[in-house]
Write a protein that binds this ligand. Structure first.
Ligand SMILES: CSCC[C@H](NC=O)C(=O)N[C@@H](C)C(=O)N[C@@H](CO)C(=O)O
Length: 719
């Protein structure tokens, strides 16, 4: 087949990859019926080979009926690459900014700034204060919270460790005998012999993050204090003030017996704590033995909500919404786990990482984004009754993300497989059906794939365990051919990673790109994906390499049966567990797939058990209960190997491209390197690309672009 040229592929990549992705968006009330929308975006810059960050501001007015009036785009884009965290104060009059700057010597410094509407009014060099290590800005631990009196800021940073010195450091010898007291007072504590103690961190994308502690900056004094009374062996994150500023509430993850990778893992043992700052007493709010996260107070401070799910089993699960009544300390599960949604009760359960801090419509209703089958949707939850109302369900946009709410003005971001992110506002009706929202765009999507059409098909597995659980596949087709039968197109079958994640009908860069270049794409949400009920998730562990493989194959065959695809030109792609699946497909269906492209694939679970930051994934997905003591028997090793792609290596024929991140801690590169070598030793065509300074996602701008071009040339060479 004559595929579009490499030059065409480069052009299409430049266009589609230019779509900015939303990092954050907030509403500020700036007048009686006037609101400003501040949004920060991330956009690939291929020339500078970096992701640039910039801010946009829009003005929204409400008319006399409280409906959306004008939407004004003053066209103010400001690049802001040094900002790490931004938080407006409760009054909206002040803005706190955590900024990272390199000084003249090239050393990184972190500043906490406070701006009013005229200028910067506070500027604290946190690094120079030397009260703690780096401030955390990540999505797991990070926080930046104003006290209600707007005189203090709360954040988390690496705990300061005693300086480790050598027993043979001459500068420490002599002198101190004469003045042990004065010397000791003069210096920070020092520890001899600890220079090379292994300090385990929280793994992939959290390297160097070992022991975060809460820090309080007093804006009047410019001083930072680390509260006393913190629980031992707990990593603190997501800290918030109690409503009267008398204490802090935070999520604490257990460090012992050792840390497991935290990112993308919502099953790490943790608790919600309340530390009273004056008495320095710390109490646990949540029940023990769970995985909890994202504490948020109601506007009237009467209730605290947080998310809870089991700390055993799959890394992503259906969660519970917990309400904790602050005065009575009564705790209630207000939204429970959903095992099997039904036509009558379609709500599939909660799949939420963190609440937005401003997620309250009123003191009884919160707004949340959650996976709802193959869509990301916004729901309203009545936290007294547990009633769930779906606020977004339109046919044109499959992915909606809740951003902010002020009074009844809601700010959201929406996209689809053919439209990049678009900010929208709407007014939630005071009466009647709150889902009747008249959404108004603040701007047009920057990328619209007008020659691509997308759809979702539902499939039922054949007879086997878990066969009463359906699954879905998102299909992208070039519009030009959608109706015609004469020209059969090549197909790429895509498997997501996790395995407990999901393809949502939002902007999908790579599938959209390949569809633009003439491929039909099938993105498979196989059984075990989130958003379909807990029973679907639980149906996969112990059956990886069979159920997920069969579902991917069923999806591929269902697309072929639609008649648009040339069954002799089918490729398979996927990263991580998606790489586990794509290498399984070419091993189990060696004549069906004519090419394979995979990123950081899991190829041998037995080998992975003792490398990488998530040994528990290996045992869980192989159908075994994880135990920190990990004492695998020969039978357990056999079981892990037998459900792995490496067990099928002798059958593989398909030319296979592997793309690995040299810094990947989630799935170490050896998994891909060994598979590559096994193919070479068997004369199977294979190519391995190793991207330095890239981790599990391989998302550095230059590496990502190079991956795409190599994927394109590999597939077009072999289909
Ligand atoms: C977002 S689900 C990831 C779940 C899992 N977490 C811990 O086990 C995980 O990281 N799995 C990897 C093997 C994987 O498949 N990662 C996915 C999703 O991040 C990927 O595409 O990289």
């Amino acid at each position: 087949m004559d595929f579009p040229s490499v030059e065409r592929a480069v052009k299409v990549y430049r266009e589609c990859a230019s779509a900015p992705s939303l990092s954050s968006a907030s509403l500020q009330k700036t007048g009686d019926s006037v609101f400003s929308v501040h949004s920060t975006w991330s956009q690939r810059d291929l020339e500078r080979e970096c992701n640039i960050k910039y801010r946009q501001t829009h003005i929204v007015t409400l008319d006399s009926n409280g409906q959306i009036g004008d939407v004004i785009d003053p066209g103010t884009n400001t690049e802001l690459n040094s900002e790490q965290l931004v938080r407006w104060s409760p009054s909206g009059k002040l803005k706190a900014v955590l900024r990272k700057i390199k000084d003249k010597k090239g050393d990184e410094k972190q500043y906490l700034e406070v701006w009013n509407n005229i200028a910067k009014i506070h500027n604290i060099n946190l690094t120079a204060l030397d009260k703690h290590g780096k401030v955390y800005e990540d999505g797991e631990f990070g926080c930046l919270e104003w006290s209600s009196c707007e005189s203090q800021l709360l954040y988390v940073a690496e705990k300061k460790q005693p300086k480790a010195v050598s027993y043979f450091d001459k500068s420490k010898e002599g002198g101190s005998e004469e003045n042990p007291e004065t010397d000791a007072k003069k210096k920070d504590p020092e520890v001899k012999g600890d220079q090379f103690v292994h300090r385990q961190d929280w793994g992939e994308l959290l390297v160097g993050k070992h022991s975060p502690v809460p820090c309080i900056l007093n804006l009047q004094t410019g001083q930072v204090t680390i509260p006393e009374g913190l629980p031992n062996d707990v990593s603190v994150g997501q800290a918030i003030w109690t409503p009267d500023d008398s204490g802090i509430v935070f999520t604490g993850w257990e460090n012992e017996p050792y840390r497991l990778g935290l990112i993308y893992c919502r099953n790490r043992r943790s608790a919600i704590y309340h530390l009273d700052l004056s008495s320095q007493t710390c109490n646990t709010i949540s029940i023990t033995g769970q995985s909890v996260r994202s504490p948020v107070f109601s506007p009237d401070a009467s209730k605290l909500i947080y998310i809870q799910n089991s700390c055993h089993g799959p890394h992503m699960q259906c969660a519970q919404l917990i309400v904790y009544h602050w005065e009575s300390k009564e705790t209630k599960v207000t939204v429970d786990i959903v095992q099997r949604p039904t036509e009558g009760r379609p709500f599939p359960g909660l799949y939420v990482g963190r609440f937005e801090q401003q997620c309250w419509l009123d003191n009884e209703t919160i707004l949340v984004s959650t996976a709802w089958r193959s869509s990301q949707t916004i729901i309203a939850i009545n936290i007294c009754t547990g009633e769930v109302t779906r606020l977004t369900n339109g046919p044109d946009f499959g992915s909606w993300m809740f951003c902010d709410i002020k009074q009844r003005l809601i700010l959201a971001c929406r996209s689809s497989p053919t439209r990049s992110a678009q900010l929208v506002v709407g007014v939630i009706p005071q009466e009647g059906d709150i889902s009747c929202i008249n959404w108004k765009p603040l701007h047009e999507s920057s990328v619209i794939l007008s020659d691509v059409i997308w759809s979702v098909i539902t499939l039922k597995p054949k007879t086997e365990q878990g066969s009463d659980i359906d699954f879905e596949t998102i299909i992208l087709k070039p519009k030009a051919n959608s109706g015609s039968q004469e020209k059969k197109l090549p197909l790429i079958v895509w498997a997501h990673g996790g395995p407990h994640s999901v393809f949502s009908t939002g902007y999908l860069l790579l599938p959209g790109l390949f569809c633009q270049l003439g491929f039909v794409i099938a993105c498979v949400n196989y059984r075990g994906s989130i958003g379909f009920g807990q029973a679907s998730i639980d149906s996969l562990p112990g059956f990886v390499g069979t159920h997920d493989v069969k579902d991917v194959q069923a999806a591929a065959e269902a697309v072929i049966e639609q008649g648009l695809v040339d069954r002799e030109r089918v490729a398979v792609s996927g990263g991580s567990h998606g790489g586990f699946l794509s290498t399984h497909m070419i091993g189990q269906y060696p004549d069906f797939y004519k090419a394979c492209i995979t990123r950081n694939p899991v190829t041998n679970l037995a080998d992975k058990l003792f490398c990488g930051d998530i040994p528990d994934l290996t045992m869980t997905e192989a159908g075994m209960d994880f135990d920190f003591k990990i004492a695998p028997s020969a039978e357990m090793y056999a079981k892990m190997f037998n459900c792995s792609p490496m067990a099928h290596i002798d059958k593989v024929r398909a030319p296979t491209l592997l793309m690995l991140g040299s810094d990947d801690l989630r799935v170490p590169p050896q998994q891909g390197i060994r598979y590559h070598e096994m193919l070479k030793a068997r004369g199977v065509k294979t190519r391995l690309l190793m991207y330095p300074d890239n981790s599990h996602p391989i998302n550095k701008v230059d590496a990502e672009a190079d991956c795409f071009m190599n994927m394109y040339t590999w597939i077009t060479e072999h289909l």
